[in-house]
Unconditional design. Sequence first.
Length: 364
Amino acid sequence: MFILLKLILSVYVGWTSIETNKISLVIVLFILLYLIVIFTKEIVIRHGFLFKILSLVEAIIVIVFATNYINLSVLMLSILLVEFFQKEIKNIYLGIVLANIPLIFLLNDKNFKNVVIILIIMLIFILIYEIQENKIKKMNEVEENYRKTIYNLQKKIADERDIEEQILRTARLEERNNISSRLHDKIGHTISGTLLQLEAIKFIIDKDKEKGFSMLDSCTNNLRKGMDEIRMTLRNIKPSEEELGINRIKKILDEKIKGTKIKGKVKYIGNLDKITASLWITFMHIITELTTNSIKYSNGDLIEIKIEILNKFIKLEVKDNGFGCEKIKKGIGLRNIEESVSNLNGKIIINNEDGFEVIILIPY
């Protein structure tokens, strides 16, 4: 903006000099030096100590030139003051006020009013340009903050997924340990006792076949019992798919509310076999997002999760007993939930009157 105004004034000086036949080597040198200084300031050195030196050089050139074109020199000095205060002092409004000081040299000049009008117009243009620049800067700052928010949310989602994976790994390890200990405690003694009986039969059967066959029958019965115990143990240890899903959700909620005053409840009604593995994963992500929001914003002390199998729908309900909110602001997390539900041809209902409640209906 400043260089444009200075170029206009320089062109005007050259054009006026030609029109009035006042063109001379001095004017040509002035215009060349002036252009070199302003372009160096704009392109090469835009701030700092050298910028101040060049601004001083520019002021000296303009003052020397004032002997020929006092009116234009006053305008050039005014623009220089505004530019200096905007770039170095970071206060363009003070620069605009001080830009009127050079007008003192024109108090008795016949063109005083015209110069004042031109200066006011130029200052208005500068002010409008500065206001637009500030708006652009604020928009850029908002955009940068938006990028940071997205990055933090993505990092948060990744961290939550890591927690979920860690919970699953822990559950698998606990399951293996349970299988190992129960097999050892229940089956180990049966098998070891049977092996001892079989070793004894090798010595007895030739001498007393009846007793030997009786012991073989006992070993067979023991092994049958052992197999039954193995089946029973595996049946008791290995939960069904729906129990695994519910357990994951319980662990996610427990992990979220750990260290807070909030209590959590998980309920389900109906045959959870209707819920596929992919839908469990979707529910886990939805519950993670909603419980995180409840913990952060609700100021409540209870989070309830309910899964219900209806005739044609699977219903997921997540509710807290907090303050709720007057107006629902859909952030990235809530929009992602809506997108996930929409991809499954489902419906989402949000109730914010009594706490905050989200009801999701997925057809099956």
